[in-house]
Design a protein around this ligand. Structure first.
Ligand code: SF4
Length: 360
């Protein structure tokens, strides 16, 4: 069966987005809007799978994230922008998909196994600060208890809910990062299994691996909120300047005339973070020239950082202006309208699903 291409993707509401999120995902979403019908969801239920013990910031974080989406150029006139929890059909479909999903598929999911370990570590750290109810259990009962608290039905079923997200809208192209490949693969398997059992109902989704340039954090590790090394896509001029000034360069350079190592190499294994950012914000000719100048010891890192700041000033100014042009009420409005549009499609799909399953 030939189907129209539909783009679906989602992000968990972690609050403000950083340049890693922008260059790795959001920028691609913005360009996909021009080519395909697109659905972009704030997947707040997915956030609950691991964060159920602290929901105090969920709403605020969703709003902040959608503001960043809008600032980056996602356009509610082109894309359906909505919140998963506004469309209860996601839960209904996830329940139905759960019927055909063997437990072994979920238990063997590499992402789940890794995250379980990672997260129980995080909760243990939070326990030291007494941050949440789960963390308190951890503090009282130890590590195994942490893992047990996270080994929930909901978390194991994360990919089933993700499959429901995509399949509800006939998503065929799922722009995601490398790390999400196992999940999209599982969505495909689940769609196939359902179609096999109940007859052709769902299009089979496919990951759309979009170009994701490497964005190092200020300390040269991967940019991540939890490493505290991130540049947000919405920074004040002052804070952007402060962050760039603190960015990792080539530690071998003691003076401006020392030859530098801008790219990853034996002398500077992670490579210079400032140079990596030039690659994103300067034109190719400048980027190449700057590499030569650095290697020849022709300028100091301070001046190099100033150049970077001036390259970044225009795009950051645009983000700032666009973000500040939306009020919280407008964000709520975007989500309300998007929720209605999403729901109309989701209802139709669920009618077909119920019919296929002979529930009606
Ligand atoms: Fe990095 Fe620029 Fe310093 Fe070279 S001169 S190490 S590219 S900041």
């Amino acid at each position: 069966m030939k189907r129209a291409e539909v783009v679906f993707s989602g992000m968990r509401p972690t609050g403000r987005l950083h340049l890693g999120n922008y260059w790795g995902a959001l920028k691609n979403w913005v360009s996909l809007q021009a080519q395909y019908p697109c659905f972009f969801a704030v997947v707040d239920w997915h956030m609950l799978t691991t964060g159920y013990d602290d929901t105090s910031k969920l709403r605020e974080n969703s709003r902040e994230m959608v503001l960043d989406w809008l600032a980056a150029g996602l356009d509610p006139a082109k894309s359906v922008i909505f919140k998963q929890s506004d469309v209860p059909e996601h839960a209904e479909l996830a329940l139905m998909l759960g019927m055909v999903t063997p437990l072994s598929w979920l238990e063997n999911n590499p992402t789940w196994k890794e995250q379980l370990q990672e997260l129980s570590k995080t909760k243990r750290e939070m326990a030291a600060e007494g941050a949440s109810k789960v963390a308190t259990v951890v503090a009282a009962k130890g590590t195994d208890a942490a893992t047990q608290e996270l080994r929930t039905f909901g978390f194991l079923g994360y990919p089933v809910l993700q499959a429901a997200d995509i399949l509800l809208y006939g998503g065929t192209k799922v722009p995601v990062g490398q790390d999400q490949l196992p999940h999209v693969e599982l969505s495909r398997d689940i769609a196939r299994k359902f179609n096999h059992v109940f007859g052709e109902t769902f299009a089979e989704p496919q990951a759309l691996l979009t170009p994701a340039p490497k964005v190092p954090g200020l300390d040269s590790r991967k940019m991540s909120k939890s490493y505290n090394n991130a540049i947000d896509i919405y920074e004040t001029e002052k804070s952007l300047e402060k962050k760039i000034k603190s960015a990792y360069t080539d530690p071998n350079r003691k003076s401006a005339t020392d030859p530098g190592h801008p790219l990853p190499c034996a002398e500077n294994p992670p490579g210079c973070s400032v140079y990596a950012l030039h690659k994103l914000y300067a034109d190719d000719a400048f980027y190449a020239k700057r590499g030569d100048e650095c290697r020849a010891g022709k300028l100091g890192c301070g001046d190099c950082k100033k150049d970077l700041l001036s390259e970044m000033s225009k795009p950051f100014d645009e983000f700032r202006k666009r973000r500040e042009s939306f009020t919280p009420a407008q964000v709520d409005q975007v989500l309300a309208e998007g929720g209605e549009r999403a729901r109309a499609v989701a209802r139709k799909t669920m009618d077909e699903v119920r019919r296929a399953m002979r529930l009606r």
